[in-house]
Design a protein around this ligand. Structure first.
Ligand code: NAP
Length: 462
């Protein structure tokens, strides 16, 4: 049966993909069909695999995504990878528009010696592991060490530092993956050092997240007094242009510097104006230490405040390094991509050929793979609306793909022939219920399935 509706394929079932689908249904009501593809068996992307397991309130946004998924024109094709099970030609034959919303799963590197020693990991890998991402459930992190260093002071760094310091009671209230729960309950980590290369006024974390770090049940927070003080340039900028939130952020940090230790079992040390220059290994190639350099703030010709190294070094002992210096998007076949920024080449969400600057008819992008890995979950709403507005404008003027076979039946046949283990939204609802049921037996919000095979088994499909 050939569809009379506008048919849209969305690659990626994370927040950006769902806001995009929601906006399409809002604008076109029942005259649009949205097929969402994800290489993972279950939906919600970073809400399930990125948001910290103890931040359950943030995850309740999935209720909104469920309402979108319940629209009659919506279908989820989970465990179906673009570039492996389906390609651009398959989609061009079946849809009028294609939206790439697959996020940014990779991580930026530090480019320092020793970065790849055993015991040095991307923080994003640690996050995916403790959140039960199927690709990471077999990873191991040696938590028998005394000291962990987290490089970077964005919200991901704050999340991983906090997770390393939660008590058993706090962990049990979360939906952390069982393998991570077991490992963290055995953890020997007593000290977590957070390294910020610039000063308190440039810290990337947000105020609620940093405040929370000061309220942990069994971890003290400590900031070196002189590192909490603002340099002259930062002070000038804060006094001239600092918004209330930034002033408050600096106050919170300076308040930490004045705190006394409460003899809690763990301590989080927050450092500023400090960068790693080398990670050292022991005889068996495992992380054992780190050389740090002190930085100073300078103003660039463009007016930004950046860090540059002074000739002052410090060596510290460390057994685990988590590099938390930002996510990085990667390319998919046949879609113009900028390797430097890790983003799909686009203007306001319309994908373009970077050489000719011409738009690719019917092709759009939204979310982190469109604008880079910044902002909170809700930021993706506005971002997706911008892309959908471009799509609507183009459709109105007839600029869309001309699919030869725009049929629900055809795409279903194709997908199932290429990937028999496809997961629908109904499958997800069953898995969701099973996870919540497993959780209620042990007094936890949910107990996650962490592999595709265990999900298939639970659905009675292997
Ligand atoms: P981010 O906010 O961009 O922070 C990256 C951090 O890495 C910054 O402190 C940055 O310092 C530092 N950095 C970058 N390159 C470095 C280098 N070579 N050496 C030392 N430090 C370096 O990234 P993120 O923490 O991965 O978070 C990604 C996005 O997700 C953010 O928008 C974040 O707010 C959001 N998120 C939100 C939550 C939440 O709402 N609870 C939780 C997790 C993530 P500079 O500032 O000096 O560049």
């Amino acid at each position: 049966m050939v569809s009379k509706s506008l048919r849209v394929a969305i690659i990626g079932a994370g927040p950006a993909g769902f806001y995009c689908a929601g906006q399409l249904f809002k604008e076109y009501s029942d005259s649009v069909e949205v097929d969402m593809f994800d290489r993972l068996p279950v939906p919600f992307g970073l809400v399930r695999f990125g948001v910290a397991p103890d931040h359950l309130k943030i995850k309740s946004v999935t209720k909104l995504y469920e309402r979108i998924a319940n629209k009659p024109g919506f279908r989820l094709w989970g465990n179906v990878e673009f570039g492996k099970h389906i390609d651009l030609e398959d989609l061009r034959a079946n849809y009028h528009c294609i939206v790439f919303a697959y996020g940014a799963q990779g991580s930026r590197s530090l480019s320092i010696p020793g970065e790849n020693l055993q015991g040095s990991h991307a923080a994003t890998d640690f996050v995916a592991w403790y959140n039960g991402h199927p690709d990471y459930s077999k990873y191991t992190f040696d938590l028998s060490v005394d000291t962990a260093v987290v490089v970077g002071i964005g919200n991901v760094a704050i999340d991983v530092a906090r997770i390393l310091c939660l008590t058993k009671e706090e962990l049990l209230q979360s939906d952390i993956a069982d393998h991570a729960l077991d490992a963290l309950l055995q953890s020997g980590v007593r000290e977590v050092v957070l390294l910020g290369r610039r000063g308190p006024a440039q810290a990337a974390f947000t105020n609620p997240e940093i405040k929370e770090l000061g309220d942990l049940q069994d971890a003290d927070i400590h900031v070196v007094d002189k590192e909490a003080k603002l340099d002259i340039l930062s002070r000038q900028d804060l006094d001239l242009n600092g918004d209330k939130m930034l002033v408050r952020k600096v106050e919170i940090i300076q308040d930490f510097a004045e705190r006394k230790y409460n003899n809690k079992s763990k301590v989080i040390r927050m450092r500023f104006l400090t960068s790693p220059v080398e990670i050292f290994g022991n005889g068996s190639g495992k992380v054992s230490g780190m050389r740090l350099v002190k930085n100073e703030i300078y103003r660039t010709d463009q007016g930004a405040l950046k860090a540059r190294p002074k000739d002052v070094y410090e060596d510290i002992s460390v057994g685990l390094v988590l590099r938390s210096v930002g996510y990085l998007g990667s390319a998919v076949p046949d879609i113009p991509f900028d390797n430097e920024s890790g983003m799909i080449c686009n203007s306001q969400g319309r994908i373009l050929n970077p050489e000719t600057q011409e738009f690719l008819t019917g092709m759009y992008t939204c979310g982190w793979i469109k604008r880079g890995p910044t902002g909170v979950i809700g930021t993706n709403k506005e971002d997706s609306i911008e892309s959908v507005n471009c799509l609507i404008e183009d459709v109105k003027s007839g600029k869309m793909l001309k699919p030869s076979d725009p049929s629900i039946v055809r795409i279903e046949e194709l997908v199932r022939s290429r990937q028999p283990d496809v997961f629908t939204f109904m499958d997800w609802k069953q898995i969701d219920n099973m996870e919540i049921d497993k959780g209620s037996l042990v007094g936890r919000p949910r107990v996650k399935f962490t592999s595709t095979s265990s999900m298939l088994k639970a659905l009675g499909r292997n």
